[in-house]
Write a protein that binds this ligand. Structure first.
Ligand SMILES: *[C@@H]1O[C@H](CO)[C@@H](O)[C@H](O)[C@H]1NC(C)=O
Ligand SMILES: *[C@@H]1O[C@H](CO)[C@@H](O)[C@H](O)[C@H]1NC(C)=O
Ligand SMILES: *[C@@H]1O[C@H](CO)[C@@H](O)[C@H](O)[C@H]1NC(C)=O
Ligand SMILES: *[C@@H]1O[C@H](CO)[C@@H](O)[C@H](O)[C@H]1NC(C)=O
Ligand SMILES: *[C@@H]1O[C@H](CO)[C@@H](O)[C@H](O)[C@H]1NC(C)=O
Ligand SMILES: *[C@@H]1O[C@H](CO)[C@@H](O)[C@H](O)[C@H]1NC(C)=O
Ligand SMILES: *[C@@H]1O[C@H](CO)[C@@H](O)[C@H](O)[C@H]1NC(C)=O
Ligand SMILES: *[C@@H]1O[C@H](CO)[C@@H](O)[C@H](O)[C@H]1NC(C)=O
Ligand SMILES: *[C@@H]1O[C@H](CO)[C@@H](O)[C@H](O)[C@H]1NC(C)=O
Ligand SMILES: *[C@@H]1O[C@H](CO)[C@@H](O)[C@H](O)[C@H]1NC(C)=O
Ligand SMILES: *[C@@H]1O[C@H](CO)[C@@H](O)[C@H](O)[C@H]1NC(C)=O
Length: 845
């Protein structure tokens, strides 16, 4: 009795003790192997989620899906330019409520890796630097420059203190276990010479001096000074090793796909290759890995970096732009995380023993004793499947794959074998189109035509061509360059003369008007935003006006000295004149920052009923520099909402005064280079797997549901080139096509494996699930036998049992279901033939 009491008491104390520890203080250190949290080495799966790339209402949902997907850590940058839009004036509201975001992650029970930078890159405007920084006289970014260092140190301290004040560091009971200073500086350090090397040392010392109590990392930074951990960024990091034997092998950016730029095909990364990269990393001693991005989201407003980064930042991430699970990516990685976790005790307590199993074949074994080990078997050849012998058993290893054996005997996962369902992109089936409701009093279009050229009394003159960023200070994408050409001396009275105008620009795009008529459009691309534009124009005698509207599409965010890369016109030449060419570059030019419509605030709700708008039946189409407005009702249901702008040119759109970003539907990607059936085998890079060749990069533009209200919603479009607003629709996803195929010979799900016990059942399962809150509405195809075709186009094979009614009974009306792939369950249409179950179903919200 007495003993019992003591045991009970100490159990309570122990429980209380550990509760106290996690609630109030967690210690984070590291050793040669891993991050050490409360004295225990940890295998950690992490994923990037950038808080301003969605709305706060959606944060909990995304974090929950990340946790269900097997993540332990959420990583984010901190976006200085939006937190300090004016020097000394801070903003942490709305989508930029960093504290709320970190607390949401904490509440979900995940850790945070806070990459303070303050340089972010991230395809974010100016890499996250405030543009005012550029105007501090004598400043040089990211190098030994006292003015820059002072500002950087101040912002680092600001963020660290904000986190400390809110008790968000692990030692304070918060979720932050890791912090980053600078970002990928090692990639550009060469361009800064000795000053760059000194800057790295300074940045490291400054970070450490902030006493965060958590380790700091510097990514892509081989010379990161102790105690800062240098980490790897890349498509593969298995060959990486840190710069000291006392530091763990960590991977901070594992690209799940790639970002999108206007004028480019859409990149994707097959999950088999991504899983291979992750498995190889943990196989070879890695212990921390972060998906960049796990959720990419949207570049709302003018947050997109540049040049020409698109508004969608979907990234082919496991959670798509709208916050929906992207299958099979999410599910296959989840299975992978579960499988790696099954090996955690071995991975953290042993070093790998490498064993060659043949050409391009190897095993890494983590022994706790001879009979207690976990193993990874890899075939890193890109074309030849193999059967290998390992500890007396034989294993089939498809090319470019890794098998995971948590007990050195049983394979519970192979990176090339996807058992997770697919979600099919099928616009027609799953998007419902709505736009005008004739019952709305103000539902037709109104418009406002911009003035061409100088429009306000705040224009100014200067001789010569000004650099654009220095002139606009990024208060607008637009700068008017206006001048006039006097033809009196060169033509007879009342004659017109054809001349050529040649314009050189540093970027990013420009519209050329002569005598207020559009005569040319020039533009660059993401890799080189500079361009030359030429136009043949007729000038009449006397004075002719020349107005060039130079446009920026996101400030540069990457590269050495990217902050001083300029934009705008730098040379204008008149050619074909009888008396040779004439350089207009150093003439007197008149400048106007921004557009008239921006100055008027046409996007604002307050002007929705203003008489400034023209109403009428005939909407002007194919006009440049025109504003359109209408109202629409929010689409029914709870599905994601987009604006379909495929019939428009280039511009920006606002819903209820909130900018949903820039669009550019008329810029088509190159017509070749795509491969929808991209072979996942072999080394991946950002140009390997592309889709949507010869099409716009993006036609659907995300409208967050939380920006809509019941009843009328205001839509304002600024069209720069020419489009037809009557083609615009508001679309909502109200269905999802899902599909899966599992064979009798496939593995049971990894999460049914228990160490020391094995699989709960040897029978494979076909699993289906819909988005949270959605249900399976119908079964479109279900065959047990030898079904042919791929998901989306399945067909019965020579052996076929229509099992729709079984699947219907088990699945319809449910959010998720699973079906045993066995003859017991499904009958046997063809004994002694290896059979598969293939199912396609439709989910509804
Ligand atoms: C960090 O800790 C050191 C030593 O305890 C102290 O001298 C220093 O002032 C602290 N710095 C900050 C920013 O709190
Ligand atoms: C693993 O290797 C590290 C250094 O390479 C060494 O310090 C450590 O003792 C080794 N661990 C084991 C369990 O052998
Ligand atoms: C978008 O609109 C175009 C026509 O303007 C149409 O072909 C396409 O199917 C639409 N996409 C969606 C998802 O509604
Ligand atoms: C599409 O939306 C309309 C209302 O805008 C609704 O009446 C219709 O049922 C929806 N269609 C589907 C398939 O959900
Ligand atoms: C022009 O000046 C007046 C004040 O004199 C001011 O109210 C107005 O906003 C200015 N307009 C523009 C386009 O700058
Ligand atoms: C154009 O040239 C004529 C003759 O040289 C001159 O009278 C006139 O003022 C000039 N106009 C402009 C706008 O420079
Ligand atoms: C020039 O042409 C305009 C119409 O284009 C005409 O009104 C004018 O009289 C002409 N002037 C001369 C001098 O021919
Ligand atoms: C912008 O202005 C600054 C200071 O006047 C100058 O040093 C810099 O070269 C200009 N930038 C560009 C890109 O022209
Ligand atoms: C339009 O709205 C923006 C953002 O709310 C505001 O800064 C601006 O002053 C408004 N402009 C006008 C003309 O109302
Ligand atoms: C514009 O008018 C509509 C009614 O026609 C009204 O519902 C709406 O509130 C008005 N908007 C503003 C900003 O005044
Ligand atoms: C739109 O206008 C441009 C020139 O202004 C013309 O080249 C083009 O054919 C027009 N497109 C349509 C669809 O009318």
């Amino acid at each position: 009795m007495r003993n019992m009491f003591i045991i009970l008491l100490s159990a309570i104390l122990l429980f209380e003790g550990s509760f106290w520890n996690t609630a109030v203080s967690t210690t984070v250190t590291y050793d040669s192997k891993a991050l050490v949290i409360d004295g225990k080495r940890r295998i950690l799966q992490s994923g990037s989620v950038h808080y301003p790339r969605t709305t706060p209402e959606v944060w909990p949902e995304i974090i929950r899906k990340a946790k269900e997907g097997g993540l332990d850590v959420i990583e984010t940058y901190v976006f200085w330019n939006y937190h300090e839009p004016v020097r000394g004036e801070y903003y942490f509201g709305g989508r930029f409520d960093l504290v709320r975001f970190v607390k949401e992650v904490h509440e979900a029970g995940l850790f945070v890796h806070l990459r303070i930078g303050p340089y972010a890159c991230a395809e974010w405007n100016y890499g996250g630097f405030p543009v005012w920084l550029h105007f501090i006289p004598g400043i040089q970014f990211r190098t030994t420059n006292s003015l820059f260092k002072k500002e950087m140190e101040r912002f680092l301290a600001k963020i660290v203190n904000l986190m400390k004040d809110e008790n968000l560091f692990a030692s304070q009971g918060g979720p932050i276990i890791l912090a980053q200073v600078e970002n990928e500086y090692g990639n550009v350090e060469w361009a800064y010479g000795v000053a760059g090397e000194l800057y790295v040392k300074w940045a490291a010392a400054t970070a450490v001096g902030l006493n965060t109590t958590v380790p700091w990392v510097m990514c892509a930074q081989e010379d990161a000074p102790d105690p800062i951990i240098n980490t790897c960024n890349g498509f593969y990091c298995d060959r990486f090793s840190p710069n000291s034997p006392f530091k763990p092998k960590m991977w901070t950016e594992n690209y799940v796909g790639w970002f999108l730029a206007f004028g480019y095909a859409v990149p994707f990364r097959p999950v088999e290759d991504l899983a291979f990269a992750v498995a190889r990393f943990f196989e070879t001693g890695g212990t921390f890995q972060n998906y960049y991005m796990y959720f990419g989201g949207t570049n709302f407003g003018r947050t997109a970096g540049g040049p020409l980064v698109a508004t969608s930042y979907d990234y082919d991430a496991p959670i798509n732009e709208y916050g929906f699970i992207n299958q099979p990516k999410w599910g296959h990685l989840r299975d992978l995380h579960i499988s790696i976790e099954q090996c955690e005790e071995h991975l953290i307590n042993a070093n790998a023993t490498q064993i060659s199993l043949g050409k391009n074949l190897e095993a890494h074994v983590y022994y706790r004793s001879h009979n207690d080990c976990a193993a990874f078997l890899a075939n890193y050849g890109s074309s030849t499947d193999a059967t290998v012998n390992f500890r007396g058993n034989s294993y089939f290893l498809p090319a470019w794959s890794v098998s995971i054996l948590p007990d050195c005997v049983n394979v519970i996962f192979n990176t090339a074998k996807v058992l997770s369902q697919r979600t099919l992109d099928d616009d027609v089936f799953t998007w419902n189109i709505t736009m005008h409701d004739s019952s709305l009093p103000s539902s037709s279009w109104s418009w406002y035509k911009e003035q061409v050229g100088v429009w306000g009394n705040n224009s100014f003159e200067a001789s010569g061509l000004l650099e654009q960023i220095n002139t606009t200070k990024d208060t607008s994408d637009f700068l008017w360059y206006s001048t006039s050409i006097n033809m009196t001396a060169k033509t007879e009275q009342n004659q017109t003369k054809e001349v050529g105008l040649l314009i050189w620009s540093l970027g990013h795009a420009a519209l050329l008007f002569v005598n207020k008529r559009l005569v040319g459009f020039g533009y660059g691309n993401h890799d080189d935003a500079s361009f030359i534009m030429s136009a043949k124009v007729k000038l009449h005698s006397g004075s002719n006006t020349v107005d060039v509207l130079s446009m920026m599409i996101g400030l540069q965010n990457y590269g050495p000295w990217f902050d001083v890369q300029g934009a705008g016109l730098y040379s204008v030449v008149l050619t074909d004149l009888t008396d040779s060419e004439e350089d207009l570059s150093s003439m007197q030019w008149t400048y106007q920052v921004g557009l008239e419509g921006e100055f008027l605030g046409l996007q604002n709700v307050s002007l929705a009923n203003s008489s400034i708008w023209t109403k009428g039946r005939a909407i002007p189409v194919n006009q440049s520099l025109i504003w359109y407005k209408t109202v629409f009702l929010p689409p029914e249901g709870k599905g994601p909402i987009s604006l379909n702008l495929s019939g428009m040119g280039k511009g920006q759109a606002w819903v209820n005064g909130q900018s949903i970003g820039r669009y550019w539907s008329s810029y088509l990607s190159p017509s070749s280079g795509c491969s929808e059936d991209c072979d996942y085998r072999g080394t991946y890079d950002a140009s390997k797997c592309l889709k949507k060749c010869g099409q716009p990069a993006q036609t659907l533009y995300h409208v967050p549901r939380s920006w809509l209200q019941p009843g009328e919603n205001l839509l304002v479009i600024h069209e720069e080139l020419g489009g037809d607003p009557s083609t615009i629709s508001v679309v909502t996803q109200n269905g999802q096509l899902i599909c899966n195929r599992v064979s009798e010979a496939d593995l049971p799900p990894a999460d049914t494996w228990e160490p020391g016990v094995g699989f709960a059942s040897r029978t494979p399962l076909l699993r289906l699930s819909c988005e949270t809150g959605w249900h399976i509405a119908s079964v479109r195809f279900a065959s047990f036998g030898t079904p042919g075709g791929n998901c989306g186009a399945l067909s019965p094979g020579s052996c076929h049992a229509d099992v729709s009614s079984i699947v219907h009974k088990d699945c319809v009306g449910k959010q998720a279901c699973s079906i045993l792939v066995s003859t017991d369950k499904l009958g046997d249409p063809c004994p002694s033939v290896l059979k598969s179950l293939a199912v396609e179903a439709l989910c509804r919200g």
